[in-house]
Design a protein around this ligand. Structure first.
Ligand code: NAD
Ligand code: DAU
Length: 366
């Protein structure tokens, strides 16, 4: 039976990759892609699928419950996959309000409408509300601590992770109290195409191409567990198809890297790319360090992020055992594919990095 999905945050990094994945995988399903097009959302992320007759894009805010209700009724939605969020930790430190508004109030608006239509009016006994969350809700690990599993106590440390934790609790409460059919996935750091260049990996790639400093917060020894974005989409698919209602599933890459090591790796791969392809020096004449095979010379240690979490790591045993989940992209291939994607898609990142974004990021370090 084909599904009718409402995908929120569909013009963002993971939402857009998920839409690409889902339309390829399930060609009879229909998707309503709802996105407020904040600085992080870009219609160009959906360019490849814009002519797909099973996809309709709607520019709107998840906090607008009248709009959400209208869309759910008009399109007979049976599945919500909820990505929309303010997602950048640094922005949550300088301006938390938007995070509370979208991540908490917005999630609650969706839950209320879903409950009203699916449960109170009994219009869709078979429905699903899938909530996309993060491993950051579990807080920070020390070097020798075991990885986060689904029983790890919540201990969010930033306004971003606190707002995501609040939204996870609301989703859980709507299941426990009202019987809404929900699932939640808590994923580690994603990387891949369409990653907005304020996040570490695309920031480093694009800064090299502009010959700008590569800012390393604090000592650079913080650890993240990196997952190729399409593997996240596959994980969410498995949770939607096979996950138990009311349950949370941790999705990760079993791929822990210290930030400084990731940055050094990207520098090495960029040096190699410029050595192997002389055309790159013509296309990116500003990229002096890359042209001279010395990208690492751009590395600059800067003030640490306040409250910076030291280490995240995901224990994916539950998703492996219950859903048969395993990442399919190796880091070796995924990071090379990602670098190549940024080299091939200069138009995309030039377009998304407009003046306001550049001003914001530059003010951060001064
Ligand atoms: P992103 O910032 O790239 O995209 C977020 C999208 O949501 C944007 O298109 C934005 O326009 C849209 N949006 C923001 N506020 C909205 C609102 N009020 N109404 C409608 N749309 C709105 O984020 P992302 O990295 O793609 O993350 C997507 C989801 O996955 C988030 O919920 C995030 O917490 C979660 N997550 C992200 C990662 C990661 O590594 N990026 C890892 C785990 C979980
Ligand atoms: O773990 C999942 C989370 O991963 C998601 O929930 C968030 O939405 C997503 O933004 C990401 O959060 P991080 O804070 O881990 O990602 P970010 O790319 O901002 O930073 C990765 C690490 O690199 C982190 O330890 C901070 C550091 N960093 C980041 C930037 C932007 C630097 O050292 N320098 C930088 O310039």
């Amino acid at each position: 039976m084909p599904k009718k999905l409402l995908v929120t945050g569909a013009a963002g990094f993971i939402g857009a990759n998920f839409v690409h994945y889902w339309l390829k995988q399930y060609s009879n399903d229909n998707i309503i892609a709802l996105d407020a097009l904040t600085y992080a959302g870009n219609m160009s992320n959906l360019d490849h699928v814009r002519d797909n007759k099973n996809l309709k894009f709607v520019h709107g805010n998840i906090c607008d419950d009248e709009l959400v209700e209208k869309l759910m009724r008009e399109h007979d939605i049976d599945t919500i996959v909820h990505f929309a969020a303010e997602s950048h930790v640094d922005r949550s430190i300088t301006g938390p309000d938007a995070f509370l508004e979208t991540n908490i109030i917005g999630t609650h608006a969706l839950l209320k409408v879903a409950k009203k239509i699916w449960l109170d009016e009994g219009l869709k006994p078979e429905h699903r509300f899938h909530h996309v969350s993060t491993d950051e809700v579990y807080g920070s690990l020390n070097t020798d601590d075991p990885a986060f599993n689904e029983s790890t106590a919540y201990a969010p440390n930033s306004p971003y992770s606190a707002s995501k934790a609040a939204s996870d609790h609301l989703v859980r409460a709507y299941h426990h109290t009202y019987g809404l059919k929900v699932t939640t996935s808590n994923c580690s750091n994603n990387y891949g195409p369409f990653h907005f260049p304020e996040k570490l990996i695309p920031l480093v790639i694009t800064n090299i191409l502009f010959n700008k400093a590569l800012p390393i917060y604090g000592d650079g020894q913080q650890i993240r567990d990196w997952l190729y974005v399409e593997d996240h989409a596959r994980g969410i698919d498995l949770v939607i198809q096979k996950g138990r209602l009311g349950e949370c599933y941790n999705i990760g890459g079993i791929n822990e890297w210290a930030n400084i090591d990731i940055v050094n790796l990207v520098c090495k791969l960029m040096d190699e790319a410029f050595s192997n392809n002389t055309d790159l020096a013509h296309r990116f004449p500003e990229a002096k360090a890359a042209i001279n095979n010395n990208c690492a010379s751009l590395i600059t240690y800067v003030k640490d992020r306040p409250g910076h979490d030291r280490r995240y790591a995901i224990d994916p045993t539950k998703a492996e055992n219950e859903l048969g989940y395993k990442p399919s992209e190796s880091f070796e291939t995924g990071i090379r594919k990602t670098l190549q994607w940024y080299l091939d898609n200069q138009e995309w990142w030039s377009k998304v990095m407009d003046g306001s974004y550049q001003d914001w990021i530059e003010n951060q370090y001064n």
